[in-house]
Design a protein around this ligand. Sequence first.
Ligand SMILES: Cc1cc2nc3c(=O)[nH]c(=O)nc-3n(C[C@H](O)[C@H](O)[C@H](O)COP(=O)(O)OP(=O)(O)OC[C@H]3O[C@@H](n4cnc5c(N)ncnc54)[C@H](O)[C@@H]3O)c2cc1C
Ligand code: SF4
Length: 645
Amino acid sequence: MAPGVGPLPAALGPDAAADRSGGRPGAAADDCVDVVAALEPMLGAIPARSVVGIRAGLRLFEWTAFPWRFSRADLAARQDFLRSMEGAQAGWRRDLTLMLKVLSGLAYGNDPRVQRAVGYEARCAVNGSPAAAPAPAASAPADDAAPLGDLEPAGLGEECDYVIVGSGAGGAVAATVLAEAGHEVIVLEAGPYMDRRSYPEEPLAALRALYRDGGLTVASGRPAIPTPVGRAVGGTTVINSGTCFRAPERILDHWVREHGIEWAGHLDPDYAQGEEMLDVKAVDPARMGRNGQLLMEGAEALGVSHGPLRRNAGDCTQCSSCPNGCRLDAKRAMHVSYLPRAATAGARVRAGVEARRVIFDGSRATGVDCLAGGGGSSGVRARRFTVRARRGVVLAGGAFGTPELLLRSGFRSPSDELGRNLHIHPACWVGARFDEEVRGWDGVMQSYAVDEWEDRGVLLEATFTPLAFGGQWLPGTGIEHQERLLAFGNVASTGVHLSDRSSGRVRLGGDGALRVSYRLTREDGARLAFGIARAAELLYAAGAREVYPQISGIGVLPKARIAELESSPPPRPALRLEAFHPMGTARMSADPRRGVSGTDGAVHGAEALHVADASLLPSSIGVNPMMTIIAFASRVSRQIAERAS
Ligand SMILES: Cc1cc2nc3c(=O)[nH]c(=O)nc-3n(C[C@H](O)[C@H](O)[C@H](O)COP(=O)(O)OP(=O)(O)OC[C@H]3O[C@@H](n4cnc5c(N)ncnc54)[C@H](O)[C@@H]3O)c2cc1C
Ligand code: SF4
């Protein structure tokens, strides 16, 4: 795609790579980045339907300039074509270009030679700790320890009091509460167990190993919104940014009033317990790195409300690797916090076991039918595995996994709300180039917030993204993009998060696979544009030279055009968004006509079946949800335990 500006190596597509190597796959990789070879292993992790879509898109791109083919043109013609595609009126041309850019950007930024040329280094080492490294979480495993015991599913099936599907923020807490109440608990997790001793070093390998669909779970719509979720023992907490918020009071009041969740008004002790367990503390501005400090300085200059984020990673000071698994396990993700505690109380965790159906006896849930020990690219055939639950089934597969499993099990919610009310906090990455070196990777990945516009649903968080992900957010294509990439060390970035009134839906396609759709309303599109405008003002106030708003057709947003962005917001499909907080798809409501689960997490219309994860949250929460999911799971499982005693 590009020849390699300055010290950057050239990037080669399929044909060029084959020419350079005389047809030998991977052979061109000595002095050039063979992006296809790097992406190839990803294909096994992403859904077949997406692979077909990507292939069709690439083919269309190749032939859009018919009668000549993109890959056969000379460099100058390809560069012109890319520029024309990126600036095209027709949205589909821009979307195709973006797809190509994202895929090749992932592969290119993943390459150590590119990282060296940019000066990028994720400083935490997998083995051995660098100077001044934060202490690992108290329960992080010693080098030879198996902290959760035997993770292998035994034989063809097992039995317990409660089976919990999913080991993330909700499932790990439910397992701890129920096991400590004296119940026999089994936790089933579709993903593998990994920790600081085994996280893959390469971002692309981490996507394959630790994320559902290789990280390419997408909410379809205009715009389509990538909404990645974790798939590992510890769930999404293994790859999240560790930011810890309590829900705003007005949201909790709303849940009390609208959904009859009386206890939502008294969650402080639940939050406090979770915070103590995860050692939550505010980031120290002196140690958070320039990325957070620049947002802080912009906020001070403009006189808006701001403050350091609270996180569950102790005094960690490095390194923008959170989405690949914290290389020090300084972050108290579930597999190094709640799950070891649950295991100490006797809970059995089973990794690589996917629950396929809830087993019902009439309306009573009595267990789960699963597939164990296979799938992915392992080449091993998965075997059937059944868990019988004497007392009940607790679903904690997350806002995608829980409705997916219930729908696949043929369960019909009396309210017909199952899978609906999906909220995701659509988010936009706003980057900015400074004259000074920022080296965002030398700081805490997510560190500082501006909450001035929370009443408008907009929260800004200084978040630095690793090169493989952040690099492809820079504007331009080809050589122009590579020039910007070389300045990655001078880039700061801030996330704009929206408390969405828009909603989406989770359902099953004709092939039985997960489908996620989301419709961004005009009002929410305008509120996102408002948030982007505020982020741009803050970054300019901190001294930015140029700001990248992630709006198709506006690579760089000059200061003088900020007001225009607000007065005439861009069409919604032009917004380039991502989302990290799916919730609400089995929402809690005392009224069985309005929700899927009751205030004790019990699924309306079923017996001995509970939900304890992000699907419960009745509406968009507006702040990072992990601590509220923990608080909800703890309330739900305490009620289950009390009733059982
Ligand atoms: C990149 C990223 C950064 C984030 N940063 C933050 C942050 O800083 N702060 C914050 O508060 N939140 C953050 N979040 C969101 C937060 O981590 C999630 O909201 C939270 O972990 C959800 O908890 P959960 O229990 O509902 O589901 P998850 O934590 O997603 O756990 C669900 C688990 O269930 C498993 N599962 C699903 N279906 C099945 C099945 N059928 N059988 C077996 N297992 C199954 C999945 O594999 C998964 O491991 C982030 C999310 C992402 C993607
Ligand atoms: S920034 Fe994230 S990955 Fe790096 S040490 Fe801190 S918690 Fe761990």
